[in-house]
Design a protein around this ligand. Structure first.
Ligand SMILES: NC(=O)c1ccc[n+]([C@@H]2O[C@H](COP(=O)([O-])OP(=O)(O)OC[C@H]3O[C@@H](n4cnc5c(N)ncnc54)[C@H](O)[C@@H]3O)[C@@H](O)[C@H]2O)c1
Length: 271
């Protein structure tokens, strides 16, 4: 039996990036806990597939084709959610991509594109959701932040890291602004979780797998399913006093000093 603290029955959740990966898993988890879903993604076919899975669980799903780097598209998506679902209780800010480039070659346009996608996109979704949550005095907002937002990755990630650092700051600021009005704002700080992009990069660089595993004391890469329990927890009353938190979902990565080693680490010595 599910504990009632985790029950999302009667709540409406909006998830961006719902067509695949962590956004899809988060959406399914919310539906399994009883919520109805609005699914935002640029991938219309993928969002529709997630919607079908949710409907098979007996919940409502509204797939909306929406590029989160375009504020006007976000605003019209929320207007549609108002008309068709009537309220917003939960927001999962998951969509958005970075650009990797040599820091000496990175252009202003690339920096602006990454900030628009990851920072402005998450901000406008958050602003639209919070307006509706404030009106009925309750809501939970969660955003994906990479470990790159709080520690350095190298490998040309500087624009992505700057954007993710901004999302971490946004989380702390908005939690401070809104928590007394019932709107909690948290972030999930992710290390390497398998997706198509990572798969392609690991196939192209045979050393990347070992390099990632050196930073993961838990001894394996993350899988999209690993986010489900945490997102249900943050959406639900089980986390009622948790706000402004940056919660690692990282297999122990941030706890480990870069110079550390762990049992089973590729190439580890006891020296
Ligand atoms: N996978 C990881 O290791 C990892 C680690 C830290 C942070 N993140 C971040 O988490 C988020 C989700 O990652 P994932 O692994 O689930 O990726 P994924 O590629 O499996 O899914 C991303 C989804 O977002 C959608 N999307 C991309 N740009 C969009 C846009 N502008 N507007 C609307 N939808 C858009 C895609 O169509 C896709 O469905 C990303 O922001 C990513 O940067 C991922």
């Amino acid at each position: 039996m599910t504990h009632p603290l985790f029950d999302l029955t009667g709540r409406v959740a909006v998830v961006s990036g719902a067509a695949s990966g962590m956004g899809r898993v988060t959406s399914l988890g919310f539906a399994e806990a009883g919520a109805d879903l609005a699914l935002l993604d640029i991938n219309a076919t993928g969002a529709q597939e997630t919607a079908h899975e949710i409907e098979r669980l007996g919940r409502r799903a509204l797939p909306i084709t929406c590029d989160v780097s375009k504020p006007e598209r976000i605003r019209s998506a929320f207007a549609r959610i108002d008309g068709e679902m009537g309220r917003v209780d939960v927001l999962g800010n998951i969509a958005g991509e970075g650009i990797r480039a040599d820091p000496l070659e990175l252009t202003e346009e690339q920096i602006q594109q990454v900030l628009q996608n990851l920072v402005v996109g998450r901000y406008i979704c958050t602003q639209e959701a919070a307006k509706r949550m404030r009106a009925h005095g309750r809501g939970s907002i969660m955003s994906i932040v990479s470990i790159a937002g709080v520690s350095a990755l190298g490998r040309g990630h500087v624009a992505y890291s700057m954007a993710m650092g901004a999302v971490a700051a946004m989380t702390r600021e908005l939690s401070t602004e809104w928590s007394s009005q019932g709107v909690r704002v948290n972030a999930i700080v992710c290390a390497q979780i398998m997706n198509q992009d990572l798969q392609v990069r690991m196939e192209a660089d045979p050393n990347l797998d070992a390099s990632y595993l050196r930073g993961l004391p838990i001894g394996r890469m993350g899988q999209p399913e690993d986010i489900k329990g945490l997102t249900i927890f943050l959406a639900s009353d089980a986390s009622a006093w948790i706000t402004g938190a940056l919660i690692p979902l990282d297999g122990g990565n941030l706890a480990k000093n870069a110079g550390g080693s762990h049992p089973g680490m590729p190439g580890a010595t006891r020296a």
